[in-house]
Design a protein around this ligand. Structure first.
Ligand code: FES
Length: 361
């Protein structure tokens, strides 16, 4: 439910406002911010610094939390300047820990990651969604495993390794983890502890930008892989990190089974197209007509005009921004497909207006 001041943009929102369920939610929230009829909410119990620009957030969830499988991610919603904003983060704890954790690295221009690192406090309440994702171990865990991670891609792997530790894993696992510089290594002390307690685990930290004594440096190469993992062909590979690492790893691992997870940041989707003139966009439910430039996503251009449709990940994953296009043409900025066939559901965070549009918004 909206916090004061109650500002609504369309009649559907007024209708929602008068629903008894929403009033009950409001009252429960007044009694205790983590109370809810159905929403998973969590209180921040502790915040730990993990590197020069990342923090682990320890969360005490309410009774609606259904848990997760190691390696999965979940939507996290926070309120920033009166707006609810959602992003996806991997869980970094093992599922058996009393309090689940997320570990969040600051990103350039990252609205939520920067908020979490700089302004979230112990005692604050965040909203969580259902954990999901296929970056998880198979039921029959292989005897040999290789993990390759870059930057914040390490967090689901941390969860998986802790889970293997708890299950008394009897195989052999190796982790090749790329960070920019020594202070940038996320969860460094936890990995040192894991490696010292788990004889089956070998970790190699590689620094890509600033070399440091005692650490390897450089980018992923065939030679590096062969030296660290002589039995490479026998290992399924769990790969999580930014696109350049994923691309070079997949090229080098053509003979291996690769399970990968890629988080595209909102600013990694191509935006800033050249405008071909203003486009009239009619918002049918709100009885509004606005002019968009067609240079950025419809979501961003509506927000620029003070209109905030529901949104979440802003990268095409959660479908929170899905909306019916009644007429007109849009281009999907991720795969360049064009929707010009009349009525169709589109994702506002990925779609750019090509011409006059009517949206069920
Ligand atoms: S906001 Fe998540 S798909 Fe658009």
């Amino acid at each position: 439910m909206k916090a004061f001041p109650f500002v609504y943009h369309n009649p559907k929102e007024y209708w929602e406002y008068f629903q008894p369920k929403n009033w009950l939610e409001f009252l429960l929230e007044e009694i205790n911010p983590t109370f809810s009829l159905s929403t998973v909410k969590a209180k921040v119990m502790e915040i730990r610094s993990e590197s020069s620009d990342s923090k682990t957030i320890v969360l005490r969830t309410n009774r609606h939390w259904k848990g997760f499988v190691a390696g999965q991610h979940l939507p996290v919603t926070v309120e920033i300047a009166g707006r609810r904003v959602t992003r996806f983060y991997s869980l970094s704890s093992s599922p058996s820990e009393k309090y689940p954790t997320i570990t969040v690295k600051k990103q350039k221009g990252g609205l939520v990651s920067n908020f979490i690192n700089e302004r979230l406090k112990v005692g604050d309440v965040v909203e969580l969604g259902t954990a999901s994702g296929d970056f998880v171990l198979e039921k029959e865990v292989p005897n040999k495993l290789l993990f390759i991670a870059g930057g914040s891609g390490i967090t689901p792997i941390h969860s998986i390794l802790k889970t293997l530790q708890e299950s008394n894993y009897k195989g052999q696992a190796k982790l090749l983890y790329f960070s920019r510089f020594k202070e940038d290594i996320i969860l460094f002390s936890s990995f040192c502890e894991l490696e010292s307690k788990c004889p089956w685990l070998e970790i190699k930290h590689v620094l890509t930008d600033v070399p440091a004594e005692g650490f390897d440096s450089g980018f992923l190469t065939k030679e590096m892989l062969n030296a660290f993992v002589p039995d490479l062909s026998e290992r399924p590979v769990y790969l999580c990190g930014p696109a350049p690492l994923q691309n070079s790893a997949k090229e080098l691992l053509k003979g291996n089974k690769v399970i990968s997870e890629l988080f595209l940041l909102p600013n990694q989707i191509q935006t800033n197209f050249e405008s071909t003139g203003p486009k009239e966009v009619v918002l049918l439910q709100s009885h509004k007509t606005v002019l968009l430039k067609g240079e950025k996503s419809i979501l961003e251009e509506l927000e620029d005009q003070g209109i905030y449709p529901p949104s979440g990940c802003r990268m095409g994953i959660c479908h929170t921004c899905s909306c019916k296009k009644v007429s007109g043409s849009v281009t999907n900025m991720q795969n360049q497909s064009i929707s010009d066939g009349g009525e169709e559901n589109i994702q506002l965070c990925l779609s750019r207006a090509d011409e006059k549009l009517e949206l069920d918004l």
